[in-house]
Design a protein around this ligand. Structure first.
Ligand code: AHR
Length: 499
């Protein structure tokens, strides 16, 4: 099979906001306890944070981490997580049917983000709580001093304000599973009033309104239109969430999941711009894709779990090679829409549907999906180019005209260009001819490939290096033309540099 791509210097989609390589930590399963935090672990630092995990997070260069949920958020009292640890309450956590010890709260999380070189994306509870708890949390975190809540923070040992810039107004409020689920009008009203007051406390913050929990929701996209009609002047982003899976073992169909993500993003852009037109506004609402990933492997196991445990193993998907390819195509989709998607969080970061896995008191290792995330975060910053692609196509159960080649290119700087490409074919290599017009004086730096003979191959504690990338990809450049071989079922990172 053959495919062609043309790259022109001046055909650009837009600048990548590095926050599209964000992640998410929820008080859920072993994400916090046993994930980022495990006092007593051999690598734990003086604050109880696992340094083996921190090293991996730093390697991923995660720029922003959403916290503390997720469904957890909608029953959370943030005040439970501040002050002396021994006085913090243990609570029934109703979203995930566990016990929350509150050993980690907002201050500890902020300590951790500093160590991880990441920014926090904080969320306020609009399920059981509302305006008051949101405004006091912003005051506690961001007001310098001289008021009840800011001085309380100082008394807890945090003299300087945390200066948290990005805040989410609740979580998945359109979903009946959410504590305090609301109609679009109910949510739109409370989100507006909360946003207004949060920005009165700190006018420098940016706010994310809840969009739909996924594009399959019956209320999508009317939800987005109604919510934005209420909140347009006070919010900066509308959120999108989506998870994909392969429960029927239909790999060609699963590998086409990014076509759904493309369509979801396009529809939300159109809906936000419809409200903009209706309001005769000059302001543009951007997109925060703050939950996305593959999630399905752990569903059955989670149904068997005994309730009311502390940090049980929940949502612990063990990812396959084909999952990594889907994650690669989803990252390409985010890059393709970088002109409007300014924040995105792979859900989640450690243990819970995550690129990083740990064993309590044991090692940490990289799941298959770690690698496309790593490469995109390392080499996907700069200006996204608008490629012209010709690829053979196939039809799957749900999608028609699925291109075998999914690809995008990023001009990292004047001297570097990176091509990300997935070959969706189960059994055929793809010969890719890239016309590098405008980049005629570029040579190959490296061609990284993630491939495996078994699309169900995984990385485990026992075999952590079963699915790992190699650097022996085949690309040759003659004149303006780069010829690459993309093996069947492969993720490719083709890095070019000026001669
Ligand atoms: O990331 C897991 C869960 O998925 C989150 O808690 C929720 O927001 C979504 O439904």
């Amino acid at each position: 099979m053959k495919a062609k791509m043309i790259l022109e210097k001046d055909f650009q989609v837009g600048e990548v906001d590095k926050r599209i390589f964000g992640s998410f930590i929820e008080h859920l399963g072993r994400a916090v306890y046993g994930g980022i935090y495990e006092p007593g672990h051999p690598t734990a630092d003086e604050d109880g944070f696992r340094q083996d995990v921190l090293e991996l997070v730093k390697e991923l260069q995660v720029p922003i981490v959403r916290y503390p949920g997720g469904n957890f958020l909608s029953g959370y009292n943030w005040e439970d997580g501040i002050g002396p640890r021994e006085e913090r309450p243990r609570r029934l956590e109703l979203a995930w049917r566990t016990i929350e010890t509150n050993e980690v709260g907002v201050n500890e999380f902020m300590d951790w983000t500093k160590k991880a070189n990441a920014e926090a994306m904080m969320a306020v509870n609009l399920g059981t709580r509302g305006i008051d708890a949101a405004r006091t949390l912003v005051e506690y975190c961001n007001h310098p001093s001289g008021t009840y809540w800011s001085d309380l923070r100082r008394s807890h040992g945090y003299e300087e304000p945390h200066k948290i810039k990005v805040w989410c107004l609740g979580n998945e409020m359109d979903g009946p599973w959410q504590i305090g689920h609301k109609t679009a009008h109910e949510y739109g009203r409370i989100a507006l009033e909360t946003a207004k007051v949060m920005k009165w406390v700190d006018p420098t913050i940016e706010l994310v309104a809840c969009g739909s929990s996924n594009s399959g929701m019956r209320t999508f996209p009317e939800w987005e239109a109604t919510v934005l009609e209420h909140t347009y002047d006070y919010v900066d982003y509308i959120s999108l969430h989506t998870y994909y899976g392969n429960p029927d073992n239909d790999t060609p169909n699963f590998l086409a999941s990014s076509l759904d993500m493309d369509q979801f993003i396009k529809t939300v852009i159109a809906t936000a711009d419809y409200v903009k037109a209706k309001k005769r506004s000059n302001k543009t609402i951007n997109l925060s894709f703050d939950e996305w990933n593959v999630w399905f492997h752990s569903h059955a196991q989670d149904r068997e779990l005994e309730p009311w445990q502390v940090a049980p193993p929940q949502l612990e998907d063990v990812y396959t090679h084909e999952d990594a390819l889907v994650v690669g195509t989803l990252l390409i989709s985010l890059l393709k829409h970088c002109h409007r998607v300014k924040i995105a969080c792979q859900a989640q970061l450690v243990n819970v549907i995550a690129p990083i896995m740990t064993e309590n008191m044991g090692p940490a290792w990289k799941q298959t999906i770690y690698y496309p995330y790593l490469h995109a975060s390392q080499f996907g910053r700069g200006t996204v180019l608008q490629p012209l692609i010709q690829s053979p196509k196939y039809d799957s159960k749900r999608f028609s005209d699925v291109p075998y080649l999914e690809a995008i290119a990023v001009k990292n700087d004047e001297d570097h260009v990176t091509i990300f490409a997935v070959n969706r074919s189960l059994d055929k290599q793809l010969e890719l001819e890239t016309d590098l017009r405008g980049f005629s004086d570029f040579v190959l730096l490296e061609h990284i490939v993630l491939e495996h003979t078994d699309c169900k191959a995984t990385n485990t504690k026992e075999h952590p290096n079963n699915v790992v990338p190699h650097h022996n990809g085949k690309t040759a450049i003659v004149g303006n033309i780069a010829r690459s071989i993309l093996p069947a079922l492969s993720w490719n990172v083709i890095r070019l540099k000026r001669k």
